[in-house]
Design a protein around this ligand. Structure first.
Ligand code: SF4
Length: 419
């Protein structure tokens, strides 16, 4: 191996070079030698080429300019890359590729250290947050949403159940004179595995024995069998993460369709179970506002406000490990093809885009924002100042937000609100 070969081999260590096509590999190797690219230059060019392939936007060979000077070449490549990141995506000609039609995972049952109850893993004082407590009933998820950060925490192909979950839940000591809001559905989907390992039995018993707990099951599934066959304690709410069918088809792989999710919510509401809807993430693409508007209108037609506890809005926020994880996957996604503006240490859309998506969403639900049965609306994990700009009001602290949320939920569930 000659000196240049050695240098280049070193430069591509811990990069996605091997994930690129052979043509791209040869091209980058040749250009790196011709223009004496630094290790940093080579890594950046590899990441850019990987992203273009993921986004189905060609590759580095397509945007590499025929200039003579390295600096001008790198500037041009970055400019082209930024243009592609900042343009509104289109799913018209897009196909996700390599998405298996069935879930492939193994189940594991073992005693877990500790007990997965804690503050919402993405809660922060930098954003207006509701102080949700999350309960990890199951670890890892059988769905495959491209934007999901769970994938960077857990082994995706193994679903783990805590053999002592029911016992730990039974022994959990909570203050009796305080209202709690506890959600499952952060570390896995709350309904997709049904009552496997007795998880739903344990959670229903927990709700019955702790009438001061508002227990939220969050899901993208239509597996409501257990809820139809069993008495559902009144302090349980079931909430669906909804999205447009375009995003479900292209980015929320293996999950239930929009109509199946809405029908499942309708069937539980018919049984008197209070439901809710999370639009998170709202994703920008050509024509997205109209497509989301049609989903909002569907809910306004199919549900009465007294049946619905909450509607929340949120959007894409990325941490570096998830972006890296996605670059390593063998599928196509447009989910990281966004401007990646800094958002409290993560990256997301610019404020103007967020105002477009959240203001139009909130205004669409005007009929549910007044009267005795009004629904509670909130934005998840967004900066304080965005509330005033989108909702016309704000909470001065996260505790105020939490209090407003829990008292609204308790009222809708006909529970006493204990401060
Ligand atoms: S607003 Fe969202 S991120 Fe913040 S604590 Fe609540 S659920 Fe978690």
């Amino acid at each position: 191996m000659n000196n240049y070969e050695e240098k280049f081999t070193k430069a591509i260590e811990n990069t996605f070079f091997k994930k690129l096509s052979l043509d791209e590999q040869d091209f980058i190797k040749e250009k790196a030698k011709e223009f004496k690219f630094s290790h940093q230059d080579i890594k950046q060019i590899i990441d850019i080429s990987r992203d273009l392939t993921l986004w189905d936007e060609g590759n580095i060979i397509d945007i590499f300019p025929s200039y003579e000077h390295k600096k001008a070449i790198l500037q041009k490549i970055k400019k082209e890359y930024e243009l592609l990141k900042n343009k509104a995506n289109s799913y018209n000609e897009f196909t996700p590729h390599n998405i298996s039609s069935e879930q492939k995972f193994t189940f594991k049952v073992q005693e877990k250290k500790g007990f997965g109850l804690g503050l919402c893993p993405v809660a922060s004082e930098k954003t207006r947050c509701c102080n949700l407590l999350t309960l990890d009933a199951v670890e890892s998820c059988g769905f495959d949403c491209s934007y999901c950060s769970i994938q960077s925490f857990y082994n995706q192909n193994t679903i783990t159940f805590d053999s002592k979950f029911a016992e730990k839940l039974k022994n959990l000591q909570l203050e009796k004179n305080k209202t709690y809001h506890i959600g499952t559905g952060q570390s896995s989907d709350s309904l997709m595995f049904g009552n496997r390992e007795g998880v739903l039995d344990a959670l229903f018993d927990f709700a019955k024995n702790n009438p001061n707990v508002i227990l939220e099951f969050k899901t993208k599934s239509d597996n409501i069998k257990y809820f139809l066959e069993n008495d559902v304690p009144k302090n349980i709410i079931v909430t669906w993460s909804l999205n447009t069918q375009t995003i479900i088809d292209n980015e929320e792989h293996l999950t239930a369709s929009l109509d199946k999710r809405i029908l499942s919510a309708r069937r539980l509401a018919d049984k008197g179970v209070k439901v809710g809807f999370h639009f998170h993430p709202i994703v920008e693409y050509e024509g997205y506002l109209d497509e989301y508007q049609r989903v909002y209108e569907k809910l306004l037609v199919q549900f009465r406000p007294d049946e619905v506890v909450l509607v929340s809005f949120g959007t894409l926020t990325f941490i570096k490990p998830v972006i890296k994880q996605l670059r390593g996957r063998d599928f196509k996604t447009k989910i990281t093809q966004i401007p990646h503006i800094d958002a409290s240490g993560k990256t997301s859309y610019p404020e103007s885009t967020k105002i477009d998506m959240f203001k139009s969403a909130y205004e669409a639900f005007k009929p549910w924002q007044s009267g005795e049965d009004k629904v509670f609306f909130y934005m998840c994990m967004e900066p304080h100042e965005l509330w005033q700009k989108c909702f016309g009001y704000n909470y001065s602290t996260n505790n105020d937000f939490e209090r407003a949320m829990l008292s609204a939920y308790a009222k809708k569930l006909d529970m006493e609100f204990l401060l």
